[in-house]
Design a protein around this ligand. Structure first.
Ligand code: CMX
Length: 134
C-alpha cells in the first residue's frame, strides 16, 4: 500500500450551519460542497486547505456513528483519512498485519470516493479512513 497524503480530517459537529459559519467567517475558508451520505447517516460539509480537506460531519439520525461519538466524547476530531493508491489492497494488507478493520471491503463514501475504515482501538485511538479516487 502507498499513502500519498492526508485526504481529509473529519470533525463531528452538532450543528453543521453553525460550524460552517466559523470556518467561513472566522477562518476565511470556503465551503465548496454539502452532501448527505445516507448510508453513514451524516450530512457533510467540505473545505479545501491546500491538498487536504476538512470534512464537517453532522448526524442525521440518533443511530449515526457521529451521534454516538458526540454523546460519548463531545464535538471534535472524529477521524483522519489517508489517500491511498488501492483501498481494497490496503485494507487486506493492514488486516494481515493484525489491524482490526471496520470495513472488510471498500464502500462508497462522500464525493464518490472508495473508502474503508480501521478501528480506533487498533490504531492508537484514531478512527482511520483510507480513501481512493476511482
Ligand atoms: N475516534 C476514536 N475513538 C472512538 C471513535 C472515534 N471516532 N468512535 C468510537 N471510539 C471509541 C469509543 O470511545 C469507545 O471507546 P471506550 O470503549 O474506551 O469507551 C470505543 O471506540 C467503542 O465505541 P462505541 O461508542 O461503542 O462505538 P461503536 O463500537 O458502536 O462504533 C466505530 C465505533 C468506530 C466502530 C463506529 O463509529 C464506526 O464504524 N465508524 C466508521 C463509520 C463512521 O464513522 N462513519 C461516519 C463518517 C462517514 C464519512 O466520513 O463519510
Amino acid at each position: 500500500m502507498k499513502v500519498s497524503h492526508i485526504e481529509h480530517v473529519g470533525i463531528a459537529v452538532k450543528d453543521l450551519q453553525e460550524a460552517i459559519k466559523y470556518y467561513e467567517e472566522v477562518l476565511g475558508l470556503k465551503c465548496y460542497a454539502i452532501e448527505e451520505v445516507a448510508d453513514q447517516k451524516v450530512k457533510t460539509a467540505f473545505f479545501m486547505v491546500g491538498q487536504t480537506k476538512i470534512e464537517l460531519l453532522e448526524a442525521t439520525s440518533e443511530e449515526s456513528p457521529v451521534s454516538k461519538f458526540i454523546e460519548k466524547r463531545g464535538e471534535g476530531i472524529h477521524h483522519l483519512a489517508f489517500a491511498v493508491n488501492d483501498v481494497d489492497g490496503s485494507l487486506k494488507e493492514v488486516k494481515e498485519k493484525g489491524v482490526r478493520v471496520i470495513d472488510e471491503t471498500p464502500r462508497k463514501g462522500a464525493e464518490g470516493l472508495s473508502i474503508g475504515f480501521l478501528h480506533p482501538k487498533s490504531t492508537f485511538g484514531v478512527l482511520t479512513e483510507f480513501c481512493e479516487k476511482k
